[in-house]
Design a protein around this ligand. Sequence first.
Ligand SMILES: CC(C)(COP(=O)(O)OP(=O)(O)OC[C@H]1O[C@@H](n2cnc3c(N)ncnc32)[C@H](O)[C@@H]1OP(=O)(O)O)[C@@H](O)C(=O)NCCC(=O)NCCS
Length: 224
Amino acid sequence: MNDRRRELGSGEVHVWVMDAAERRPDASASGNADHATIWGFVRETLAGYIGKAPDSLCIVKNEWGKPALRDEVLEFSLSHSDRFTALAVSHMRVGVDIEVPRQLSDALALARRFFSAEDAKELERVPDVQRDYAFLVSWTRKEAVLKGLGIGISGHLNQLGITCAADQPVSLLGTPWNPEIAKHWRIVDLDLGHELHAALAVETTAMPRIVIRQEATAADDRPG
Ligand SMILES: CC(C)(COP(=O)(O)OP(=O)(O)OC[C@H]1O[C@@H](n2cnc3c(N)ncnc32)[C@H](O)[C@@H]1OP(=O)(O)O)[C@@H](O)C(=O)NCCC(=O)NCCS
């Protein structure tokens, strides 16, 4: 097992990236991450911060499925897509989402169905060739916030106003159900390599320090 004993500063978020094809090359023909591989990685990594055995951690889920450590003051969020898993760990509430790039059948139709009218209109203005990319950027930002809040996406994606332009700073414009949310959450696009779309939401008013680590190869620090 890698040495993952970590100190976590109060304004820090550590984002770990695990490639199942590297961690368990023999595990599956597709290389996709299975549940045991994902949660083995999650438990080992969290245990490294807490100083306990991975199997001894008590992980519970809220009514919408958000996992949390029952007995520890440590926040985390995970996301998986194909071979990859991202795990964000912090003392602040966090949400992370990753998506492998893919061609969408109709990004505009998806946006009109799931996003707010304003956000769908913003996507209409994006040139055709960039639209799938912009949709996934927008999707990961929204999902990161909803996972940070712990409420999941159903019924909420269309209630978040989040700028989707890839070349502009990300801001959360608020929500009808809680306009105050915009003041308390920062959303950051992450460069996790592997061409992944990735976004992180952090409950803080200051810019967090983000440290990215590749699970298999250990040390790749990129302050954010
Ligand atoms: C959370 C959610 C957005 C994840 O979507 P996804 O893109 O398929 O999955 P990701 O890979 O990004 O994230 C999956 C992980 O998010 C975590 N997760 C699940 N629900 C979550 C929630 N409400 N908030 C934060 N994280 C959540 C889980 O750990 C999950 O991994 P696991 O299945 O291995 O335990 C989606 O499943 C959702 O909206 N769930 C809510 C469902 C709901 O409202 N249920 C009500 C009770 S029926």
